[in-house]
Design a protein around this ligand. Structure first.
Ligand SMILES: Nc1ncnc2c1ncn2[C@@H]1O[C@H](COP(=O)(O)OP(=O)(O)OP(=O)(O)O)[C@@H](O)[C@H]1O
Ligand SMILES: [Mg+2]
Length: 442
């Protein structure tokens, strides 16, 4: 065994960079968070080669004084907290004082900044962790950080990078999360000199429309719930819009995108009665919570949080989303009787729903209908009412359904092939080709 010795600072930073700067998208996220913490109202991003070759983030925030530039790129140096008690109520996105040092340890970084009260800007360069002296520079306002040749001095890490297109895709997702979480900030983003996003400072709804698209916007139900020490606002989509991908699930806790198991479970529970278990809901939700009852210091990349009373937060979120989904169902425009029945059926326990094999509706080969004498079945769309309930799918005994519409599989005329004991349901795909006027998949 060799003698134990302290590691050189540069190596410590490179090790830390492994956690904090996993890939270019992680570096971009850290730089954007710094700009937001600095109160930027406009942030311009310039990427090249998927962010590996270049990441430049320019903001109009408060800037950094000349004498602080060296600390900005030093490890464990931050302006955001100063004592242990600050850790108990973190109000900024960053607080660990290690992002810039980590990025600078594995790239060629230049930090140019002009403090609002100063006559001109200063620039500091860090080459693979080697810090240069601050030099006078020209910059109208704010801070510009340029990161070039990420991982140029850590070939092992470089090997794990994917193609430029894939890395850009990750950068784009990091950007979308930040841009959604802070709609009141304007953004531009270009990649390889072509402009990809130009977002004005706007309200949440406009930002959601711009980033999540018309379909999400058209299907979204508003959530607005307030409780003691916390509130939830945003949009959740109606169950029919759910897809099998998790690509539109945005949940922000105090302006920070998080993937949290408690919150994810609360959302799944809220959708449980109205969504098949293989489908994924889409949502953009902002949870605002008293900083003292949430700990954000639980993950090196600050991607997780821990709630002091996770049960109460779970219940609050679940209730808020359930309430919103229920009100959407009530607001459905011009639905048929069978559709209404479907909503009702989806909300009662399976044992209270009765099915009779051998549907007699002319033209229907699905052979299943609700035995609810007071609710007439719609002869053209006999199964629509029951299809939206995951538990009903599992209850269906029909195994020979083969109806198709002229334009493709359609929920409204085709029952799934399934059997009572199977949980893996072969479900007809919702298709954009569906022409059925009543079908909720449209
Ligand atoms: N764009 C910026 N505008 C103004 N100040 C900045 C900017 N970027 C960094 N700083 C300053 O540099 C310091 C170090 O930044 P760094 O990202 O390394 O740490 P942090 O944001 O404090 O914590 P974390 O490591 O959690 O991000 C910040 O505390 C801040 O004072
Ligand atoms: Mg930071």
């Amino acid at each position: 065994m060799h003698a134990i010795r302290p590691l050189p600072d540069q190596l410590i930073n490179q090790i830390a960079a492994g956690e904090v700067v996993e890939r270019p998208a992680a570096a971009l996220k850290e730089l954007l968070e710094n700009s937001l913490d600095a109160g930027a109202t406009q942030i311009d991003i310039d990427l090249a080669g998927g962010g590996v070759k270049l990441i430049r983030v320019a903001d109009d925030g408060m800037g950094i004084d000349r004498e602080d530039l060296v600390f900005a790129v030093a490890r464990h140096a931050t302006s955001k907290i100063s004592s242990a008690s600050d850790l108990e109520a973190i109000g900024t996105l960053g607080f660990r004082g290690e992002a810039l040092a980590s990025i600078a340890a594995v790239s060629r970084l230049a930090l140019t900044s002009r403090s609002r009260t100063k006559p001109h800007a200063w620039r500091i360069e860090v080459d693979g962790g080697e810090v240069g002296a601050p030099q006078p520079a020209a910059l109208a306002s704010g801070t510009t950080v340029t990161v070039q040749e990420l991982y140029f001095n850590t070939p092992a890490r470089r090997k794990f990078l994917r193609t430029d297109a894939t890395e850009f895709g990750h950068c784009e997702e990091a950007f979308r999360r930040i841009a959604l979480s802070h709609p009141d900030t304007g953004f531009t983003m270009q990649h390889n000199a072509s402009v990809r996003y130009r977002l004005l400072a706007q309200g949440r709804r406009a930002r959601v429309d711009a980033l999540l698209g018309d379909e999400f916007a058209a299907q979204a139900a508003y959530v607005d719930e307030h409780g003691p020490g916390l509130s939830l606002a945003g949009w959740v989509v109606r169950p029919a819009y759910a897809t099998s991908a998790r690509d539109a699930q945005y949940l922000f806790v105090n302006g920070r995108f998080v993937r949290d198991r408690v919150l994810a479970h609360a959302l799944r529970e809220a959708y449980r009665d109205v969504l098949h278990h293989e489908r994924q809901p889409a949502y953009a939700l902002w949870l605002t919570i008293e900083p003292r009852i949430v700990d954000v210091n639980v993950h090196p990349a600050k991607a997780e949080v821990r709630f002091r009373d996770s049960g109460a937060v779970h219940q609050f979120v679940r209730h808020a989303v359930e309430k919103s989904l229920a009100s959407t169902a009530a607001e459905q425009p011009a639905v048929s009787a069978s559709e209404r029945l479907g909503v009702a059926a989806a909300r009662v326990p399976p044992s209270r729903r009765a099915f009779t094999p051998g549907c007699s509706v002319t033209g229907c080969r699905c052979s299943t209908k609700l035995s609810e004498p007071s609710e007439p079945m719609d002869p053209t769309c006999p199964t629509l009412a029951i299809i939206r309930s995951a538990s009903l799918w599992r209850s269906c005994m029909e195994s020979s359904c083969s109806l198709k519409t002229a334009t493709g599989w359609c929920w409204s005329t085709c029952m799934p092939r399934t059997n009572a004991s199977s949980t893996s349901v072969s479900r007809p795909r919702l298709t954009a080709r569906c022409r059925c006027s009543r079908c909720w998949c449209r």
